[in-house]
Structures are given as C-alpha cells and as structure tokens.
Ligand binder design. Structure first.
Ligand code: HEM
Length: 340
C-alpha cells in the first residue's frame, strides 16, 4: 500500500516537473505579449519578419534593448553584426536629418550668395597695365591633368553627396519615387566608386604642388593687404599667394584627409566597424564636406569670375606677362632669374 502511494506520488511529481519544463515554451504562444521581452536577446525576443518590426514589441526594442535576428547572426564581419537596433542610431538620425542638414544647407545657400554680392560690388580682378602679348608658362600639362582630375572627381562627389544628403527631402517630393530612386542609386554608386579615385588624385595633387606651398615671410604682406581682392591694389606674391596656400593646406590637405579617412570608413564597412564608429565617421564626413564645399566655392570663384586670367592659366597652362607681374611678381622675377 505504502509502496503504491509512493509510486503515485512519484508519478505526480514527474508530471508536475514535465509541465514546468514545457510551460515556458507554451507560454509565448498562448499569451503573445511582445512588450514583456527580457533585456537581452533570448529565444522569445527574436524578431524575424518585417511584420514583427512594425508590431508594438518593436517599441520595447527601441528602448535600447538588444535584439537578435537569426538571419543576421554571424553574417557580417562587424563585432555587433547580431544587433539590429542600436539606441545611438536614433540620436544619429535625428542629428543628421535635423540640425546638421539644416546648418549645412543654410551655409551652402548663403555663402554663394555672399560671393555673388562680393562680385557685384568689387567686380573681377583688373589689370592695371595692358596685356603685353608675351606669354609665360605657368602650369605643365601634368600639373593641369592632376588639377582637373581632382576638380572633376570633387565635383562628382559634391553633387552626388548632396543628392544622398538632401535628395529625399528636396527631390523625392518633386520628381516622384520612380525617377528619384534611379538618381539616388546612381549617385550612391558614383559616390562610392569616385571616392577612392579622388583620394588618389588628392595624393598626386599634394606631391605635385607641395614645393610651392610653404609659407614664408612675404605671405604676411599679402594677408595684411587682403590680397588686394577688394581694393584691386597690386600686392606682390610668389608662385602661389597666401590665399592659395591656405586652400592647399586647409582644403586639399586637411579637409582632404578628413574626407578620405571618414569616407573610407563609410565605404568599406566589412572591417568590423561598429555602428558608433560609422555614425561618428558620418558626422565628420558631413562637417568636412560642408567646409570643403564652402572653401571650394571661394576657390572656384577666384579661379573663374573673380580672375579670368587665373582660369586661363589652369586651362591652357600659360598667362600673359603683365598678369604674372601684377599677381605673382616674385615668381616672375625669380623665373626670369632662373631662365638667365
Ligand atoms: C571631398 C569630397 C567629398 C564630398 C564633398 C563628399 C560629400 C558627401 C556627402 C554630402 C555625403 C552624404 C552624407 C549623408 O547623407 O549623411 C557623403 C556620403 C558618403 N561619402 Fe562622401 N564626400 C567626399 C569624399 C568622399 C570620399 C573620398 C569617399 C570615399 C573614399 C566618400 C565616401 C562616402 C560614402 C561611402 C558615403 C555614404 C554613402 C551612402 O550613404 O551610401 N566620400 N559624402
């Protein structure tokens, strides 16, 4: 009798244990409460479909908890390839689409207007003496090729970058999803492939023009006179004036480095960069791009409307001797010296 009772108790205990073991597996199916997800990824928190993403459970995920998608597990080189929702992503998106895009956009509109205002009031550089008719070689064909390759790749990056940044807001409502998707895809691929080419051009540019870009005491005179840009006074300079040297060091070199490093981090995402690193690279890239585009506007103005002779120098390689004397007097004098 006692033995029978013990056997019955044992059976009841085994049944209870089995029920306990099965309960957690049955519970989610019986009570689909996605908000009750634990802090870290467990079987129940796995979000597998697009539909899951739109369900209320996603709100819990957005609270900073980590979720794992089975399909992503171990697929990417990133150390956080299994994280599909990172809290910083929302901060990055809000900053990028809000204050950063606004400040960048306003500056990119205001600065060209200021340059236009300057052109309308000060006008282009004028020669004090008539042209001599004697031509002086200023840039070799290699120097011009390097310059234009860098300039063209820069313009491609600037325009495609602007489409990536502002396209969704400015172009999509105007041209519709079908046309915009093509423009966006083409811009993205052009940007991703022209980026490394631009880096190569910038490196060639740096070494080609480095020897003429070291600052010296004479540059101070040019700075003090504001380059004679507004007064149209004659200010002597060497091969490059202080403004051009500033563009070389601040723009081509420093901003070139910022754009190249941040661009490479964004371009080649298979080196285990975390999302945080990508977000910081994006901020740097956006800040650098804005400054570089603003500086380039000044450079392009000085090389075209502001001084048409300077454009001729880079287009054809030579300038009139009068222009050389009035803009780069030290260079002309040294050049004559070296020519005997
Ligand atoms: C100096 C010239 C450059 C300018 C003006 C420029 C500009 C921009 C801009 C405005 C964006 C949009 C950022 C955003 O929407 O958040 C962008 C994105 C990007 N840039 Fe650049 N960039 C330049 C150079 C480079 C270089 C040299 C590389 C690569 C080596 C590069 C690679 C990228 C990548 C991968 C993205 C993200 C594209 C995407 O969303 O798929 N960029 N760039």
């Amino acid at each position: 009798m006692n033995a029978f009772l013990t056997l019955q108790r044992l059976r009841a205990m085994l049944a209870a244990l089995l029920l306990l073991a099965l309960l957690p597996r049955m519970a989610p199916a019986a009570v689909p409460n996605k908000d009750a997800v634990p802090a870290y990824a467990e079987e129940q928190t796995i979000l597998q479909t697009e539909k899951d993403v739109r369900e209320p459970g996603w709100g819990t995920a957005a609270s900073g908890k980590v979720h794992i998608d089975r399909h992503f597990l171990g697929q990417y080189g990133s150390s956080e390839g299994n994280v599909i929702l990172q809290r910083g992503g929302n901060t990055w998106r809000t900053l990028r689409n809000g204050p950063i895009a606004t400040v960048s956009g306003v500056l990119l509109l205001v600065v060209p207007l200021l340059i236009l205002g300057f052109y309308l009031t000060a006008g282009p550089a004028r020669l004090a003496e008539p042209e001599s008719g004697r031509s002086v070689t200023r840039f070799s064909s290699w120097e011009r090729t390097v310059h234009w390759a860098t300039a063209i790749s820069f313009l491609v990056l600037a325009f495609t970058g602007l489409v990536i940044l502002f396209g969704k807001k400015l172009l999509l409502p105007w041209m519709g999803a079908e046309v915009f998707s093509w423009i966006a895809i083409i811009s993205k691929y052009l940007h991703n492939f022209v980026g490394p080419l631009f880096i190569l051009c910038s490196v060639l540019m740096f070494f080609t023009f480095l020897d003429r870009n070291f600052f010296n005491r004479r540059d101070w005179q040019w700075v003090k006179a504001g380059g004679g840009l507004a007064s149209h006074k004659h200010v002597p300079a060497g091969f490059f004036n202080a403004g051009e040297k500033l563009w070389f060091w601040g723009g081509v070199t420093l901003l070139g480095l910022v754009m190249s490093i941040s661009g490479l981090i964004l371009d080649f995402v298979t080196f285990g960069q975390t999302r945080f690193v990508l977000q910081m690279a994006n901020f740097l890239h956006l800040g650098g791009a804005t400054l570089y585009m603003l500086a380039a506007m000044g450079h392009i103005y000085m090389g075209t409307l502001g001084d048409p002779h300077a454009y001729r120098a880079m287009r054809y390689g030579s300038v009139d001797e009068t222009w050389a004397r009035e803009h780069h007097e030290y260079w002309l004098a040294e050049r004559k010296d070296t020519q005997g």
